[in-house]
Every structure is written in structure tokens, then in C-alpha cells.
Design a binder for this molecule. Sequence first.
Ligand SMILES: [Fe+2]
Length: 346
Amino acid sequence: MGLWVSKGILATWVVWSSIVVGVNSGASSRASKNPPFALEAARELVAPKPTLREKAEFEGGGFWEEHDDLLTRAWQELGPRHGDLYKYGHTFEKRYLSKALRRAARDAREGGNETSARDLFKEVVPGVFASEELFTQEFLNDLLEELEHVQGSGIPMRRPNGMNRYGVILDHVGLESSIQGLVEASVRPLASMLFPELVGVEDADEHFAFTVQYDTAGDTELAKHGDASVVTLNLCLGRPGWTGGDLRFFESGGSGFHVGSSVFKALPRGNASAGSGDLSFRPGLAVLHRGQHKHQALPLVDGVRTNAIVWLMGKHGVVRVAPYAEHEQLSVYERWHRTSANALEL
Ligand SMILES: [Fe+2]
């Protein structure tokens, strides 16, 4: 029987931060009376600066809750630079998903064969799967330019999570539905394929998507931690030219599926292996790992590194940590035939 465990405050914040709270502050009241000027009103707000390096999920929470409605409307008024990023469908898939991923998804969905999908990945650290074949260069370019667009808009932005101070919560700037489409069509089936013991029918129904930015003037590193996710997708966007900033993984511990180091190396991939090792990012490299597989961002020495991160989780931010027995795990068919997004012809 499965065990569901809430990850407490992190998961709570994920859910809480995703809720649109219709509180009328002074500024938002003014904007309500003058709907076209939410952008202007938002630019006048003075947001609290992020300072804490950990356990900062609620830093400045009152401000962001108070102005949530105004900020949502300000992002709508601003509009996109790359409109294709905001709607999941044929155009999104053709422009942003690699041919290899589209072919692999078609093979799995129509032929029940995951060989192509598995071949997209290398297990670079036990329990950590990396691929440079998921997304197109246009996806990296458009997303980086979109980040410049929103970061240069003058609209205040909340810190992306309780540890990183700099980045953008993609779900808050209008990208939530297109990322959910991407999750349903590709990321969730891939996560279930790589981690069948953790991703069952409802374990990745929701997501939380954000970017993190490392540079010498801001965050240079991140302490050892686990994510508030069942599985995390971490995609390096670029831009090229930084040094340092590797990602370090630690042997499994305290995660609910701990396996002694003498044992887990003998386990098949995609099962309970969760080992130690470092990986170097490069633009386009995507990594999938269990959220509870502890990791750390090593110090960035020079330049700027920006990554897009998607946390997968169950409804209400619930994070599964207890493994399914083999007979409880999803079949290939079940993994790839769950949602309306899957009906798209890839
Ligand atoms: Fe993390």
C-alpha cells in the first residue's frame, strides 16, 4: 500500500504561491478602477528584497499576497515577447521539442515501445538521468529572451524558492498552462519511465516551474538540499561562458527509500539507486532526478548560469516518497495515455 507524505512547508508554499489571491490593496484597488493601468501600478510597487539563503519560502509573503491580483493583471498587460511559449500545442512542439523527443514519444504512445525514449538519456550518476536531446536551441533562445523581457519589465518578482534569491517563477508570469501541457505530454511520462517506483497515476499531476540564476553578483551556490518534488527536471538554458557551478549529488539518505551504499550499485537503473557524483551543465543539458535525491549547486566562479526547473508533485503539493512495488507500477501504455495533451499528434 502506498504511503503519501506531505513535504511540509516547502510543498505548502508551492501550493500557496500558486493560488491567485484576490486581495484588494491600495494599489490594486486603484488598478481595479483603471484596469488598463495595472502594469503602471505594479511598476510603482516597492518589493521587499530577498535576503535569506534558506528556509525563505515565506520571505515577504505578506507583500506578494497583498499584490497578487495586481501583479497577475500586470503580466497580462505586459504581454509576451515570444507568444509561442505561452500555448502548448503543435506550434510549441514543432518549435521547441527535438525531433528525437517527438519520435520517442510517438514510438511509446503508438507502438508501446520506450526504447527510443530510454535512449535519450544517460545515467550520469546513479539515479540521475541526463539528456541533451529533449529541447531545441530555439527553446533555449526564446526562453532566455523571454526572461530578459519579464526581468526588464519593472514588474516586481518574487524569489523563485526558499533558497534561490534570483530567478523567475514561470507559473506566475503566464507560462503555467503551457508548461503543464509540456509536463503532461512529455515530462511526466519520462519521469514515470525513469522512476516507475515513485511516479504512479496521480503523483505528478501538478508542477511548480521557475528559473534560477547564478552569477557572481547574486547567488553563486546552493547548499545541500532536497526538492519539494517527486521528480525534478532541471534544464540548463545558458548562456555559455560561465565557469564552476557544477551540480553535486549525494548518496540517498533520509528520503524514505534509503539503500545502503554496498547494495544500490547492483540495483537496476530507474529503481532505488541514488548515488553520489558531480555533473557539469552546458546549455541544453536536461537532468531528471528524484526530488529527494539530495544535491547541491557548487560555487560559480565566473559568468552567469541560468536554469529552468520544473518540480513535479501530486495534487495539493503532496510528494510521494514511498516506492511502489513492481506490480503496482504503471505500464508503458498507462504512462503515455493519460491526458488530452497526449492526444496531440507529435
Ligand atoms: Fe534543488
